[in-house]
Write a protein that binds this ligand. Structure first.
Ligand code: GLC
Length: 472
């Protein structure tokens, strides 16, 4: 079957978070299962754009309110990703360096979606599935069905995957003229709480809706940033499919970002070599356990709790450890984490950055990774860590609950806690530093984790099954 994924991000073209990793991998595995999967995304001005060759696939234009836009769809020529990657270029609107956080994001992503529909509308054939990811593509299922000019696309099945329900793309009704003329009886399918809510609209209009773990789907019924009752109402078409990880990118045996490759058999030795390099670089003592945090420094990830938690753990806990944070986000959190550095020289460092290479080196060299998230739809970092033999220390929420078993339980390999609180984090760091002293247990846990199969194969098939359930 033919599947068109529509997304704001796709690794390695442009990445802000896990969404990019999923959209950069799932289509490749769908191809391997014998399907034709492709991705369309905005043409952000990234390194990947300039380093690769592109050809023009389509040119068109559309109006959005009173504005006219020309757009070009370009296609990557070298099949670098293992599937066809298309980017929408709209001069002055999409060709920017950052993916999000501009004042005109509403205009940017609405225009992106209009261009995608204009493009599909020109195809001589129809794809079997249009698969939209998050709110940035959330108006597409509605527009395909109820905008008069796209009515011939109404029969195409649509799937929405929610990677994060916190962000919904809200836009005032004053912007409704951005949508080409539509069946106004259907206004309720755009609305939630008196605003146009693209995520809610996609939940209402898509044929199937899924989130990236079964646990998160359950949580959304009770906590969904205002959409709880909608999820309860639409429960019948909602499900959870856990993300996989791309073994071509995340494998310590072949990873080109790390200096010493290793596998399950030489894991203790291999990790020690990688740890040494990290410790030398940041001035840490290799004999202490190394705990890392990687991710956006935002409330959702409970990054605001890190400064006090580390400070208290360094002060109060009987055993020593070192700690390295990589990420960027809220300025106050960044500042508090950087300030911490002065107090704990030789034990603590913050890298305010997005750095793919360093992140691989950290997964390889660390002993533990901390993920105290308040919200975690799936979480990929714990899966990467497990693959690299790094013990996940996680709050029991969403996908973290679904993928990590506490080492105190049968078959376990991680450290789990219940509350996103300083107390729980400090207590878990204490458990980690004690576990670290039991070398035999650490070896056993690492070996167990590294052998768990979290690859995309089975989840990619689950998406195909989901599509089949609406096609036949
Ligand atoms: C978002 C979620 C994360 C998930 C990722 C990919 O970034 O916050 O939990 O793993 O999307 O689905």
């Amino acid at each position: 079957m033919e599947i068109l994924h529509v997304s704001a991000e796709c690794y390695p073209m442009a990445k802000a978070g896990g969404l990019a990793d999923v959209v950069g991998a799932l289509p490749k595995y769908q191809q391997q299962l014998g399907h034709y999967a492709k991705v369309v995304m905005p043409m952000h001005r990234t390194k990947f754009l300039y380093e690769n060759e592109w050809e023009v696939a389509h040119k068109g234009n559309f109006t959005m309110g009173s504005m006219n836009f020309d757009f070009t769809i370009i296609k990557e020529k070298g099949n670098k990703l293992g599937f066809d990657l298309y980017c929408v270029d709209i001069y002055g609107l999409l060709d920017r360096e950052k993916i999000y956080s501009y004042d005109d994001d509403t205009e940017r992503f609405t225009a992106f979606q209009l261009a995608v529909l204009e493009w599909i509308a020109q195809w001589e054939h129809r794809p079997d599935i249009v698969h939209v990811h998050d709110h940035h593509a959330g108006l597409i299922p509605f527009m395909m069905r109820y905008c008069f000019k796209y009515q011939h696309l109404a029969g195409i099945r649509t799937v929405l995957t929610i990677h994060n329900a916190q962000y919904q793309g809200w836009m005032g009704w004053d912007k409704v003229s951005y949508l080409p003329s539509w069946d106004t009886w259907k206004w309720g399918l755009l609305d939630w709480d008196n605003t146009i809510n693209p995520l809610a609209s996609a939940i209402k209009c898509a044929d199937k809706v899924n989130t990236v773990s079964p646990g998160y789907m359950q949580e959304l019924m009770h906590e969904a940033n205002g959409l709880e009752s909608l999820f309860n109402y639409e429960m019948g078409k909602c499900s959870g499919i856990i993300n996989g990880i791309d073994y071509a990118v995340w494998d310590p045996e072949i990873d080109t970002y790390i200096l010493d490759n290793y596998g399950v058999k030489d894991c203790r030795h291999g990790k020690a070599l990688n740890k040494k390099q990290l410790c030398d670089r940041f001035g840490f003592d290799i004999k202490y356990p190394l705990i890392i945090f990687i991710g956006r420094l935002v409330h959702e990830k409970a990054a605001d709790l890190l400064p006090e938690s580390f400070n208290r753990a360094f002060h109060d806990l009987p055993k020593k450890f070192s700690c390295l944070v990589l990420g960027s986000g809220e300025k106050s959190v960044e500042k508090a984490l950087v300030n911490l550095q002065g107090n704990w020289v030789g034990y603590y460092n913050t890298q305010i950055d997005y750095n793919e290479k360093l992140s691989h080196q950290m997964y390889a060299g660390a002993d533990f990774i901390l993920m105290p998230s308040r919200v975690e739809p799936c979480g990929l970092n714990q899966l990467y860590s497990m693959r690299y033999g790094t013990v996940p220390v996680v709050r029991r929420t969403g996908g973290l609950r679904d993928t990590v078993i506490d080492f105190g339980d049968e078959g376990g390999y991680g450290i789990c806690f219940n509350n996103a609180s300083v107390d729980d984090i400090v207590y878990s760091i204490d458990r980690a530093t004690r576990l670290y002293e039991d070398k035999q247990k650490m070896d056993e846990i690492r070996e167990r984790m590294m052998q768990i199969n979290n690859s995309w194969e089975s989840s990619a098939q689950k998406y195909i099954d989901l599509y089949n359930s609406i096609l036949h």
